[in-house]
Design a protein around this ligand. Structure first.
Ligand code: ADE
Ligand code: ZN
Length: 343
């Protein structure tokens, strides 16, 4: 821990993109209770404080169980619209100019049986509403769930590709990697690329560095979500460097899910030191009792990273995003020392 105060206003005022946040993981306690009431579902606790306490996890499987409980509370277009809009307003207050939402598309369409159009139209409506209200830009990344198998991945792609929307910019994947090794997910990423989507993948979060290599070499991932285990294998670090692939790192998530023992031992400073391109994200912010600015605060307080490094990560979040070159240029040109700059 450092005693010097985190320069919160400087970091808030710097234009930032958030490239690693799950739409369903943005559901706060109040919204969870409202969704449960609307759908006649017994919530896991009756009060906001109770839900806050329920947002704590023994390990990754325990987290996924609760995360999927939250997913199952999202049933209507208006549910997805509401959470997308709410999160974008929150992110905008923290100086985000652009957000790329991961959406658990396999879970909604294959496990729950929701129409993808419900999810997509709701999320798009929330993005449009927020853009009108405050100018924030946003894109969508449907995620495959590899624990459901490769047939389910292709079935997910069938519905995603049948209804491509300009805001759907990439295909992603998140969740346990157990089935990566004996099943073919590469062909799903190939199909996505053939349809014009970019490709990203969670890797090296709970699993070893070889996940990062596999995500790059087999899935063609252009960005890695987390990637912290790469630091255990210099050859994988070299691969990330050689291909200029960024890692979208979420320290509070890694601590909450026990991927690291404590924040002081999080490898973020070593990743920066190794020359990796790093962006910061909040992953599932209310579930991990964090937000985008808090991730920068952690980098300052526990990683001892200072203003130039934090501002460089903010800049990387913009340059590595899938926004248009024109939008990136506009955001990077902002003089954020001027109060009340507008996007
Ligand atoms: N889905 C939501 N949060 C996730 C995480 N931290 N890792 C993998 N998949 C996720
Ligand atoms: Zn994630």
């Amino acid at each position: 821990m450092t005693d010097s105060p985190f320069p919160v206003e400087l970091i808030r005022s710097a234009p930032k993109a958030e490239l690693h946040v799950h739409l369903e993981g943005s559901v706060g306690a109040e919204t969870l209770l409202a969704l449960a009431a609307a759908h006649g579902v017994e919530p896991p606790a009756q009060t906001v404080e109770g839900i806050h306490n329920w947002y704590s996890f023994r390990d990754f499987p325990d987290f996924l169980e609760r995360y999927f409980f939250v997913c199952r509370l999202l049933k209507r277009k208006e549910d997805f619209q509401r959470i997308a809009y709410d999160y974008l307003r929150t992110a905008h207050r923290q100086g985000a100019v652009h957000v790329e939402f991961h959406i658990s598309s396999s879970y909604h369409t294959q496990e729950v049986g929701l129409d993808w159009s419900v999810v997509l139209e709701g999320a798009v409506a929330g993005c449009e509403q927020a853009e009108k209200a405050c100018g924030i830009s946003s894109l969508l990344i449907p995620d495959l769930s590899p624990h459901l198998g490769s047939a389910s991945a292709h079935a997910t792609l069938d519905v995603v590709l049948a209804q491509l929307h300009p805001r759907v910019v990439a295909l992603g994947m998140g969740g346990p990697s157990d089935r990566w090794w004996d099943e073919d997910f590469a062909s799903a990423f190939d199909r996505a690329r053939a349809a014009g989507l970019r490709t990203v993948c969670h890797a090296g979060e709970h699993g070893p560095a070889k996940e990062v290599r596999h995500a790059i070499e087999n899935f063609g991932a252009e960005r890695i979500q987390h990637g912290i285990a790469a630091m255990d294998d210099p050859a994988v670090v070299d691969l990330l460097l050689a291909r200029a692939i960024p890692c979208d790192v979420c320290p509070a998530s890694n601590f909450a899910l026990k991927a690291v023992d404590d924040l002081a031992s999080h490898p973020l400073p070593q990743m920066v030191e190794a020359g990796l391109t790093v962006t910061l994200g909040s992953d599932d912010p209310p579930l991990f009792h964090t937000d985008l600015l808090n991730e920068y605060r952690i980098a300052w307080e526990h990683g001892q990273l200072r203003e130039p490094v934090l501002l460089k990560m903010a800049e990387h979040s913009i340059t590595e995003s899938f926004a248009t070159p024109e939008a990136k240029k506009r955001w990077l040109a902002v003089d954020f020392t001027q109060p009340n700059w507008e996007i």
